[in-house]
Unconditional design. Sequence first.
Length: 353
Amino acid sequence: MDVAPFELERFFAEHEHGNLMLAESGIRPLPASEFDLDPGELGYTIPTAGDPDLRARVAERYDRPAAEVLFTCGTQEANFLVFASLLEPSDHVVVVTPTYQSLYALPEALADVTRVELSGPDWSLDPDRVAEAMRPETALVVINNPNNPTGRYHDADTVRAVYETAADHGAYLLGDEVYRLLAADPLPPVASLGEYGVSTTGLSKAFGLAGLRFGWVAGDADLVAGAARWKDYTTIAPPKVSQHVARQVFDREAVLLERNREHAAENRALLRSFLDEHDCSWYEGVGVNAFPEVPAGFESGLEFCEALVEAEGVVLAPGGAFGHPDRFRVGFGGPTDELVAGLDRLGRFLDGR
């Protein structure tokens, strides 16, 4: 298997140390002091799929039994396990783009992939284009909703139409839903739509708990069993501390999400004011990512981002990492004081050109 370099992670590895990050794609991290971090003994033998009672609690979100949920080390592993267990070289995958690179690069390492592009300026998805991309050998359709990097939240009718297209072809629809709970009125998850629906998510983006590395995949029993076979060769079992904290998160879920949504709304207003002031074209969506056009005078988002980090020590994400070199991604979910400081530096950089 030959996988493409992860452009965004390589860019971050080069520039994030010692600089101000306005490229983080989740809500600001919660302090560990909010949780009891003592799970008791740190024994090795815990169920590899995760605690059955906790899995049953998560499975209720999808109207599925506990056996159809598998806990993972973050959403990234959840997606990898689905791809690795499901895809063969003879298979075909349809991926809605732009999106996080692993959602198309991993399938491209395993099978044949057709990308269906969202249409600007509002990044809408035409389900008919997904239908046109389907083949007899299509095994999987992949959608990220709300979308990273654009913030577009495809409505229930659109997602249902894509699901029915996939199901009619006997293909799964995988919905990466890491930002779903940041929406004021979240849509039903993809795994609740029927037997061909698969949801992957975790506690990183909407809850501000990326360091837990706790996620899961929900889908039919065969798919989850196949993912679990692969998990025996990756992380074996979910981290015990992460599972312990996840129980507490679910106990306080409504309070935590209300607080995080308010934080995202406050920061979004600050970013909106800044981008409007500087005539930056962007689409205002759901979540904590914006995907503006590169200011005039720069050949690409990479050139713009590199010049900014060199001049002001502020890191943004070049749009080329998402297939759009004319754009850049700014993450506005971090601490408000850091967002204000970063925007001040960005404004100074733009005004000084």
